[in-house]
Design a protein around this ligand. Structure first.
Ligand code: IVH
Length: 690
């Protein structure tokens, strides 16, 4: 059946628009139309193509899906070999200086010669891929393999949204784009979440992935493209292979950064964290910058790459064996390492929470030596099935507490036994309890438990609570072990004689501690409340409580319903507060602290502000000259008004600032009183009434 001209035109137009929107969405991360609109265009094209199969082109956006299960991957001989890159052995910033010095020596640049220009890039932790475009169309995607021969993974790479099926604009007849396929951390977490669900449902062949790199590698080499499609991959271009030369009509490039910029114009994703550097010191600064911010990136990197920018200088420098002399990888300390689990201990926290901790053979990871790693809770240990004697992968990223990621398969000793959570507290031997739908076991000993006592004292003394200068971990340890401090008020009963007798404590530091204790007595209600270490009561909640009740006694006497009146306090927090204050020994601690001289200024309950706007509904619109929206809302609510989002007949008054839009028109239409910020202040002061 001949294809009607109208169908042909419509299909062309749809493909054009879909390519445009896919580029906006996947590469620029700036969509212009909602997803549903994209889907509609997509489905229309799909329908046309199935009615007239002659319309189907290999670069059609509909061809990202589909494909068939392969028996294996075909081999691809690279037309230009895919080189590897030398790794600088010196991981300190000075590593960049050695590279620059080598480059200058090779180029015979004397001391007086100007600095060499480099491009500094991220070293993405994924898989190198070669994308071959002919006449602008993606015709083949191949892995690096041994650098000479890789595998044809075209089907799978077609499913990657960030890989253009067709390049935009004036492109050479042939261009091979090289770059990294990788998996973002959020995509990785979601994928593993899904995998865990599948395993929980009893799907035997499913597994979780150790890290984004492995997950990406698995997806690229997945023989079933339908499965590959469910593994979200991303792509960054950083280099090229074969390209039509200028004498055959190809583009003329003189620098690396120019090529990358052009790649961007052609619709390829290029990282925006590339920096042009002049000389070694710029490279050092880049390495330091990225080292500091690496944990905030949405994907893993294992270092940075420096490349000589000028293509003429690159040619002059040439290669040694399989590595170019014009580029180097400069790594960061690895964030993952392998080590052995020597024991699994259970740590008791301030609230009695029992945390299993892996004691490890010390290992250097993420820039520090790690010998403990958290295992979070019972379920986590069992899920990862970590056992004493296992080889494990430990991860430490940034300031995050080191954790055990997974057991190295096949490393288990025959006699290794599963972890069993103790049923008694390892410190005080009280019973351990795990409430239904809670992940944690807790020691039921409360402040009878020395471990909890120590943590509670440290919590009370910390800077954000009572801020007791000089009271650190070692000292608390001794004070509790000597039996001198059992409860918080005992701290204020310490004297110079006793203190100066302690280990590593002279008279001077004893005096300093006593001064610190004395100064801590003048505090604030939020600090005091937070310092008590009530479960679920953080600094923000403490502040809300203080603001709402004004006085401690108000909080002590409040029932659960009254506690629920506090903004942001829900049933769990209210319950926890009520339970805490109902315990006689907690009341005793509070009384004793007051007797010792701990004090704070008390205020009026926020609630007792006159509710002059009770029953009134106010709508805010536009920008007020001095008051923020939240601020205005808070003031109105404190006076008893309800603040609504839209204008209706029930609206009592509309407060309008600049650029007020349709709400203002609506208010005019309904004849509702409209006031400005000055009017609002009059309203709150009771000068104006509505
Ligand atoms: S350039 C001739 N740039 O690191 C230089 N490689 O061997 C070729 N990699 O597996 C590589 N980020 O996949 C280059 N910005 C980057 C890179 C990068 C990651 C990977 C590449 C290869 C290894 C280097």
């Amino acid at each position: 059946m001949p294809v009607p001209a109208a169908a042909q035109q419509r299909a062309d137009a749809l493909r054009e628009r879909l390519h445009h929107h896919a580029h906006r969405y996947y590469v620029l991360d700036a969509p212009e139309i909602p997803d549903a609109e994209y889907d509609k265009l997509f489905q229309e094209l799909q329908a046309l193509e199935s009615a007239y199969p002659e319309l189907l082109t290999p670069d059609s956006p509909t061809q990202r899906v589909g494909g068939h299960v392969l028996d294996g991957f075909a081999k691809v001989r690279h037309r230009v070999s895919m080189l590897s890159i030398r790794t600088e052995t010196d991981i300190e910033p000075s590593g960049a200086r050695s590279f620059d010095a080598r480059v200058r020596r090779e180029l015979e640049l004397g001391e007086g010669a100007p600095p060499v220009r480099y491009v500094a890039e991220l070293k993405f932790d994924g898989l190198a891929i070669n994308l071959r475009y002919e006449q602008g169309l993606l015709v083949q995607a191949a892995t690096r393999g041994d650098g000479e021969v890789g595998e044809d993974v075209t089907q799978n790479l077609r499913t990657v949204g960030q890989v253009p099926l067709r390049l935009i604009g004036d492109v050479p007849a042939v261009v091979e784009v090289r770059g990294e396929v990788y998996m973002r951390r959020d995509d990785f977490d979601r994928l593993n979440e899904l995998q865990r669900e599948k395993i929980a449902q009893g799907q035997k062949n499913e597994k979780t992935f150790v890290n984004p790199r492995n997950a990406a590698a698995g997806a690229v080499r997945q023989l079933d493209p339908a499965i590959a499609r469910q593994r979200p991959l991303s792509f960054y271009a950083y280099g090229w292979g074969e390209m039509t030369p200028p004498e055959e009509g190809g583009p003329v490039f003189t620098s690396h950064h120019e090529v990358l910029k052009t790649f961007g114009d052609w619709g390829l994703p290029v990282s925006d964290r590339i920096r042009l550097c002049e000389g070694a010191e710029d490279l050092v600064a880049f390495h330091q910058d990225i080292g500091r911010t690496r944990d905030g990136l949405p994907f893993d990197i294992d270092g940075v790459v420096y490349k000589v920018d000028s293509l003429a200088l690159q040619r002059q420098l040439g290669f040694v064996t399989r590595e170019p002399r014009w580029a180097v990888a400069h790594k960061f300390p690895a964030q993952e390492q392998m080590t052995t689990v020597e024991a699994i201990d259970v740590f008791v926290g301030r609230t009695g929470k029992l945390t299993p901790v892996a004691r490890l053979a010390p290992v250097f990871v993420g820039g520090v030596t790690v010998s403990n790693a958290t295992l979070h809770n019972e379920d986590e240990v069992l899920r990862k099935d970590v056992r004493v004697g296992d080889q494990v992968i430990v991860r430490r990223a940034g300031d995050v507490i080191p954790e055990v990621v997974a057991v190295v398969p096949g490393s288990r000793r025959a006699d290794a036994v599963s972890f069993v959570m103790p049923r008694r507290c390892p410190v005080c031997d009280s019973e351990a309890v795990r409430e239904a739908d809670e992940a944690d076991w807790r020691c039921s000993g409360g402040l009878f438990c020395d471990a909890q006592r120590k943590q509670a004292l440290l919590h009370f003394a910390q800077r954000r609570a009572l801020d007791i200068e000089g009271l650190g971990e070692k000292l608390v340890e001794q004070l509790v072990d000597e039996g001198w401090v059992r409860t918080l008020p005992d701290l204020y009963r310490l004297d110079l004689d006793r203190l100066s007798g302690l280990d590593r404590m002279g008279e001077k530091s004893a005096r300093n501690l006593l001064d610190g204790l004395e100064q801590s007595k003048a505090t604030s209600l939020p600090r005091f409340l937070f310092g008590l270490g009530i479960r679920h009561v953080g600094e923000a909640t403490a502040r809300d409580l203080a603001r709402h009740f004004g006085k401690l006694d108000g909080i002590l006497e409040a029932n659960v319903d009254q506690l629920l009146q506090v903004p942001d306090v829900g049933p769990v927090v209210a319950e926890s507060l009520h339970r805490f204050f109902a315990q006689p020994h907690n009341r005793e601690v509070i009384d004793a602290l007051r007797v010792c001289g701990v004090h704070w200024p008390e205020g009026e309950p926020a609630q007792s502000a006159p509710q002059i706007l009770a029953g009134k509904t106010v709508v805010l619109t536009g920008t007020l000259p001095t008051l923020g929206r939240d601020e205005a809302k808070e003031m109105l609510e404190a006076a008893g008004a309800k603040v609504a989002g839209s204008v209706s007949k029930k609206t009592s008054v509309v407060v309008a600032g600049t650029e007020a839009g349709s709400k203002l028109d609506k208010a005019r239409e309904l004849g509702i009183l409209i006031i400005d910020e000055a009017g609002l202040r009059d309203l709150l002061a009771g000068v104006l009434s509505v």
